[in-house]
Unconditional design. Sequence first.
Length: 156
Amino acid sequence: MDEVTKYTTIMQGVFKLLGLELVDVKPNGAFALNADDGTSIEISYQKETREIVIISYIANVFPGYKYELFEMLLKANFACKDSGFASFGLSPDGQYAVLSNVIPIDSASLAVMDQVLAEIMIISQHWVEKLQHHKWADPHAPTTPENHLSHTHLMA
C-alpha cells in the first residue's frame, strides 16, 4: 500500500471511530476536528517528511504576552512534563498556542492514530481551560484558525 493510500485509509477509520460522516477525503488536505470546548485539531499528511501531522490550536494569544506564554509552554515541554509526547509552541503567525505531534507514515495505523488523537485531545482540553484564565489568552476569540484549514470542518 502506498503512503497516500495508507493515510487515506487511516483517516477513513478516524471518521468511522468518531461517528462522523465520511466526506471527500483529500490525501493532502487538512481535516479539522472542532470540539465543543473550543479545541481545534488539524490533521494533515506531509509528503516531504512522510509524516501525519496533528496540530491542536489551544488558545489565541495577545501579541504583548507571547514571551510569558512561550516560557510557560517551554516549561511544560521539559521532559514531556505537561505535554505528553507532543510539543507546545506558537503557530508560525504567532497568533495561536499549539500542541503538535507527528506520526511517521511507516509506523502509522488506525490504532496509533486513535491513541495519539486521544492523548492530544485530553492534553488540549486541559490547556484550553488553563489558558482561558490567563492574561495572554484572548477568551473572546475563537480558537479555530480558519486560515490554517485547507479542507473541511468537522464537529466532533
